[in-house]
Design a binder for this molecule. Structure first.
Ligand SMILES: *Cc1c(COP(=O)(O)O)cnc(C)c1O
Length: 375
């Protein structure tokens, strides 16, 4: 019976590859009968969420029977104030993943083209293919820096969107001011550039191209940010985009009325004002980055300098084996194979203790693999 129904499924869905998420801690505990498992696989904030955000949620528990504020009024006001933009320049999603889908739903028809970096975040491909449009991947340089000229070269009349991720996941590399200016000044007027700045708050490089500066200069750019990383609210799903009001107006038409739940809205609002939590998160990350850099160097491994809360490094062996062996020891990381980098591992920067454990287990794993290879 269902065969007839299945024929009606939109053909483009055959092209969608399922997202490969980081392995959950509970699953690894069960699978390998471990108690002490650490997850450094999804770039989550190792110190947890802001206590002020947690308190805001506790207070909001008495309001669970009420629909959330569909206009997301207070959160939008706070973001508008923080970034000195008007409220009609902001759209908030159930995570920035949802915002990516909004953008694709707003602009893409079957056959349209979307230019994306590779390796990068897989959700740009998802949103594009969902709409029946085509992904045009542009490789990063061999050191994983951006060559924005090759993005310009990839643009055709069919191109509607260029996604850029800066700093980029999974490489940690970023776009410099000068090269971004050169790029956006030469961008054909029919192309919208989306800059995914999920890791913006971690950036220390002074020549980093801030998308908002270019938006304020009047370029066709939409900037995406999230509460999932620095603000430590990944479980709640809050992300947003800032762009020209007319563009954001259309993007907002694709949004369901209650897409961001009440607990998420109150927590995001509280987290935004928790300067102490932000400072502490950045301190832990800065120190952890140094700790992992030094640990990798001691193991003679080269890493890609990062402006984020994760580090990509070359194991020089089959990273899948390293990933699996670390998993057995209770350390969850990301296997570069999913990004087309089969000898690389991406590790999220954890607490000092977690980083130390990761480095210790990594040293053991690499030594074991070496011994096995030579016998
Ligand atoms: C983590 C991440 C996001 C955040 O997604 P949310 O849906 O807001 O949790 C967006 N873009 C990139 C590149 C990321 O790495």
């Amino acid at each position: 019976m269902s065969q007839e129904i299945l024929k009606n499924v939109r053909g483009t869905l055959e092209r969608i590859k399922p997202y490969s998420p980081g392995k959950p801690i509970a699953e690894v505990q069960r699978e390998y009968a471990l108690t002490d498992v650490i997850k450094l696989a999804s770039n989550e904030n190792p110190i947890g969420a802001s206590h002020k955000a947690q308190e805001a949620i506790r207070e909001a528990l008495s309001e669970l029977h009420l629909y959330p504020d569909g206009g997301q009024t207070l959160l939008k006001q706070a973001l508008a104030k923080r970034f000195s933009v008007s409220e009609d320049m902001i759209v908030i999603g159930n995570g920035s993943d949802e915002v990516i889908t909004f953008i694709c739903q707003t602009f893409l028809e079957p056959g349209d083209e979307v230019v994306v970096p590779t390796p990068s975040f897989s959700e740009y491909d998802f949103g594009t293919i969902l709409m029946g449009a085509n992904v045009v991947p542009v490789p990063l340089n061999s050191d994983f820096s951006y060559d924005l000229n090759s993005f310009l070269d990839a643009i055709t009349e069919k191109t509607k969107i260029v996604f850029l991720c800066s700093p980029n996941n999974p490489t940690g590399t970023y776009i410099r001011k000068q090269e971004f200016r050169q790029f956006i000044e030469n961008l054909p007027p029919h192309v919208l550039v989306i800059v995914d700045e999920a890791y913006n708050e971690y950036v220390e490089a002074s020549d980093y191209a801030q998308g908002l500066d270019f938006l304020k200069e009047g370029f066709n750019i939409v900037v995406m940010r999230t509460f999932s990383k620095l603000f430590g609210l990944a479980a709640l799903r809050v992300g947003y985009a800032i762009g020209p009001a007319d563009i954001i107006g259309y993007i907002s038409r694709t949004r369901e009325p209650f897409n961001v739940n009440h607990l998420a809205q109150v927590a995001a609002l509280a987290a935004l004002e928790d300067v102490e939590h932000m400072k502490e998160s950045l301190r832990v990350n800065r120190e952890g980055k140094q700790q992992i850099y030094e640990g990798l160097a001691a193991l003679n491994l080269s890493y890609i300098p990062t402006e984020t809360n994760f580090i990509l490094f070359d194991t020089k062996v089959d990273a899948k084996q390293v990933f699996q062996s670390l998993l057995k020891k209770g350390v969850i990381v990301r296997d570069g194979g999913i990004f087309g980098l089969p000898t690389y591992i991406r590790v999220s920067i954890g607490t000092a203790e977690q980083n130390e454990r990761f480095l210790r287990e990594l040293a053991e794993v690499l030594a074991e693999l070496k011994t096995n290879a030579t016998v």
